[in-house]
Design a protein around this ligand. Structure first.
Ligand SMILES: *Cc1c(COP(=O)(O)O)cnc(C)c1O
Length: 419
């Protein structure tokens, strides 16, 4: 049988050369200037390093103040190197990784980073490489079978951190994650006892679901975690409250970050944990969503439907069936912008699939026409990383800009990033 060489079909994001060529221009470029400079016919990803850095700094400081805990960035949310560097600059030192590719990337970029393998169902080779090649010691698990596998593939290592992932009842997150991973109450009790026998560091984790708008969800989950811990009689070293922290979208303003931190602090305080126990969290969306926006071009207008050059097979996957709306503004750098009233528009993506449709509504000036550009904000999370090469639409470029986000989430201090 032949050897199959794997090759990514998706073109990497192209750097915008003219913007990068001048350090001065880079430092001060706005989205509008970048559009004027490139007149991009392919989707253009606008990374805001200052916003990413300030967002990370705000979050890390708030979590430290609440529970003196560690913030693990969930890499799957956006693994773009410029994004990772900005988060590092903002003080993120821990990474929630879930695959050999993510482990390799973070290890290469940040030799001193702390990696935590937070996927509860791993391949044997992946476990071996993580432990032996990349120095990963922390592994999450939700079954005896996975524990057995970790012990076998690390040669019964004596220096493991083993974290049991607890299943939560179906919650009210925008993205419910309760179905796929996690041990039920009794299994989690048994697993905690089992890992305590073999590992010097043990913990319990959960995930309330993504874009969780209710701070009390963290308190409820912590209460359940507390009952598992008490029932097991195990002294734990790590308690991981997961990700799910929300950001603003049009028509959705979450409670301020401080409310979530206070809920976590209250929930943790009730548990009577040993003094040495570290609290972790694994934010993805909250750290990166505001830090990247996407500029698309209108190819054709048909009534209030716009055919644009990116879609659900590109960076706008969440605008499709999940129905996320994103803040939008028209950019028309070479002609006067009439003060047209805003109207509701829907989008079609560039592929020939009729499912490549985004209902929005996206509110844009009534006179928008082919050739205009649109900036869509809050796309730093689960945007560019979900691009495919379907139908040959795999080109996109990336530039760095210094605008503030189109929408701000309460509780984050973005003072230093202002352009
Ligand atoms: C995806 C994921 C996260 C990040 O979730 P957000 O909702 O983006 O904060 C954190 N932890 C685990 C285990 C995940 O799978």
């Amino acid at each position: 049988m032949g050897f199959i060489r794997s090759r990514s079909a998706v073109a990497p994001l192209r750097r915008g050369i003219p913007v990068q060529a001048s350090a001065v221009a880079t430092r001060r470029t706005s989205v509008v200037q970048a559009v004027a400079m490139h007149q991009p016919e392919d989707p253009m990803h606008c990374i805001r390093p200052g916003v990413l850095k300030d967002t990370a700094r705000s979050f890390v400081a708030a979590f430290d103040q609440a529970v003196a805990g560690d913030v693990l960035y969930a890499v799957k949310c956006n693994p773009e190197p410029a994004v990772l560097r900005a988060l590092w600059d903002g003080g993120v030192r821990h990474f929630d990784v879930a695959s050999p590719g993510e482990i390799r990337l973070i290890r290469q970029m940040f030799p001193d980073a702390e990696l935590h393998y937070m996927h509860p169902v791993k391949g044997r080779q992946a476990i071996r490489a993580a432990y032996q090649q990349y120095g990963v010691r922390d592994f999450v698990l939700d079954s005896m079978e996975e524990l057995q596998k970790i012990l076998e593939e690390t040669g019964d290592a004596q220096d493991l951190g083993l974290v049991v992932r607890l299943a939560l009842p179906k919650g009210n997150a925008v993205y419910d994650l309760s179905g796929k991973f996690g041990a039920a109450f009794d299994d989690a009790v048994e697993l905690l006892r089992a890992v305590r026998m073999v590992a010097p560091k043990v913990g319990l984790s959960f995930h309330v679901g993504s874009q969780m708008l209710d701070p009390a969800a963290y308190e409820r989950a912590l209460e359940l975690a507390g009952r598992v811990i008490a029932e097991s009689g195990v002294v734990i070293d790590v308690l991981d409250v997961g990700g799910g922290f929300p950001v603003s979208y049009p028509g959705v303003t979450p409670p301020p970050l401080g409310d979530f931190m206070a809920a976590v602090a209250r929930g943790v305080a009730r548990l009577d944990l040993p003094a040495h126990c570290r609290v972790w969290c694994e934010p993805g969306r909250a750290l990166v969503a505001p830090g990247v926006s996407l500029v698309v071009q209108v190819i054709k207008r048909r009534g209030n439907e716009l055919f644009i050059n990116d879609g659900v097979y590109g960076a706008l996957s969440d605008a499709g069936v999940p129905g996320f709306r994103f803040p939008a503004r028209m950019i028309r750098p070479f002609a006067a912008m009439a003060d047209a009233p805003l109207e509701a528009f829907s989008f079609y993506g560039p592929t020939c699939d009729s499912a490549d449709k985004m209902n929005g509504p996206f509110h844009l000036p009534a006179d928008i026409r082919a050739g205009d550009w649109i900036e869509l904000g809050q796309l730093g999370a689960y945007g560019s990383c979900l691009r495919t090469a379907f139908n040959g639409f795999d080109q996109a470029r990336v530039v760095e800009v210094f605008d503030r986000p189109l929408l701000e989430t309460p509780g984050y201090d973005l003072e230093t990033c202002a352009a």
